[in-house]
Each structure stands twice: as structure tokens, then as C-alpha cells.
Design a protein around this ligand. Sequence first.
Ligand SMILES: Nc1ncnc2c1ncn2[C@@H]1O[C@H](COP(=O)(O)OP(=O)(O)OP(=O)(O)O)[C@@H](O)[C@H]1O
Ligand SMILES: [Mg+2]
Length: 266
Amino acid sequence: MDASVPRNKAQDPILRLQGLSKRFGGLEAVSGFTMTLERGELKGLIGPNGAGKSTLFHLISGLYKPTKGNFFLEKNELTGQTPDKIVAKGIARTFQTVKLLENSSVLESMRTAFFMSYGYKPWDLFFHTKRYRRQEEAFKEKAHEYLSLLGVQDLMDMNGNELAYGLQRKVSIAMTLCLNPKILLLDEPMAGLTHTEKNELTETILRLKERFELSIILVEHDMKVIMNLCETIAVMNQGRLIAEGSGSEIRNNAQVVEAYLGTSDV
Ligand SMILES: Nc1ncnc2c1ncn2[C@@H]1O[C@H](COP(=O)(O)OP(=O)(O)OP(=O)(O)O)[C@@H](O)[C@H]1O
Ligand SMILES: [Mg+2]
């Protein structure tokens, strides 16, 4: 590379949301939402129930099409693309309600995620092509590695839906790693976990972020978790971004206090 060319690239945000809106009939659940996520950033996204946090994730993951606005991964516009295309470009997410495959082993759930991003066709499986065998080998190795990172490698053959909730959450995070993401959207990954499990998962998220060079948006109601984990916190209320900053900036923001009035969350 020509050393005289300024390298501004490192300063470009990895994700850029520009005026995103989603209307459901008379309700604008997400309203003119503009925000950036920097490369390697772990941003907390908080807001009262019904603020629009999950809807925003549905927009970024392509499950909903925005009524207005655009969003970009690096320089590529992803607005209007289908969920599989968005996953292939590098945005993976977990769901507020965990969704593992029905009546299937943990390994099967992992396999579905893996083959979504590593592109393999039904005939590969049918004819046991070389490509299938090669990918199956790679899959088994990676599945073991990712489940081990979450501490659930011994559960591979268990029926995913029969696992305790905390374990299902860990499996669902391991599944996102199979998608080879650049950006991870975590929708309340700590909900329903015990205090000890929350501490463990906090450590794990930090480890995964470093190991896979992830940029993360974390939606979470537990303010202790948010304050411990996140460099920056964005606050959403009634579909809008009302504040963004460090923990202390957020706590002292009059609009944030107003939004949370009557709750003990902030
Ligand atoms: N498919 C839908 N159709 C109509 N309204 C919807 C739909 N999905 C969400 N909403 C409404 O949009 C608003 C935002 O909901 P959303 O689930 O995004 O909030 P949230 O911030 O994730 O809340 P929580 O913290 O409770 O998970 C709510 O008023 C909700 O009722
Ligand atoms: Mg939600």
C-alpha cells in the first residue's frame, strides 16, 4: 500500500444506522434512529419496555424492512436485504426468546447455523460430495470449539429444547459464532440467568469480543451488567435515540431520568 495515502479506514464505523424508522399502523416503534457502531466497540442499548430495541434489531437483521432510513455495514448498504444475505455479510444476532431447533440436538442447531454461512447445497448432502465431507469435518471441529468457549461442549447430543434456559442461551450464542460474524446483536442475553451465570456470561462476552474481533450491540435491562461491560451506552425511548455516552453521562442525563421515571432501573 502507498504509505502516503492517509489511512482513515480504521476510523470508519463498522455499522451506520441512518434515520431508521419502522411503523406498525399508528405506532412508530422505531423513529428516525441514527447511530454508529465503531469497529471493536461494545455498545449497550437500553430503554424502557416497548422502547423499540428488539424492533431495531429486527430491522438490522433484515426480519423487518424499514419504513424509512438506511443502514450500512462498512461501506455496503444493507437496507432491504434479506436476513440470509445480511448474515452472510457479517451481522449475527440472538433473540430475546431463545430459538433452538425443535426436537433436535444442540449439534444439529449448530450445524444449521454453520451451513447458513458456509454455503452448502442440498445435493452436497444428498451425494455426500467432497465439499460436504470437507465442510462436515470443519464444522465438527468448530462446533466443539465454540461450544467449549461457552462451556457447554458436553451438551452436544442433548435435545436443545430440553436444556435449562441459561444453557439454551449459551448454545444460542455459540450458534452465532458459526455464522462467522463481524457484528453481534445480543438481545437480553442475561434475562432469566442467575447472578453467577450473569457474571460468567459477562466474562465470556468479553472473551468472544477479543477472540473474534467482534463489534457488539448489547440490549440489556440489568444496569450493573451494562455498566460493567459497555464502553458506551445508547438510550432509546419511544423509538428514538434520546442519549448516548458513558455510564455517568447517561445517569446524569435529564431525558434519561425522565424516561425511566417510576422505574428503579437507572
Ligand atoms: N409486529 C408488531 N406489530 C405491531 N406492533 C409491534 C410489533 N412488534 C413490536 N411492536 C410494538 O412496537 C413497540 C416496540 O416493541 P419492541 O419489542 O421493539 O420493544 P423493546 O424495547 O424490545 O421492549 P422490551 O424491553 O420489553 O423487550 C411496542 O409498543 C410493541 O408493542
Ligand atoms: Mg425487546
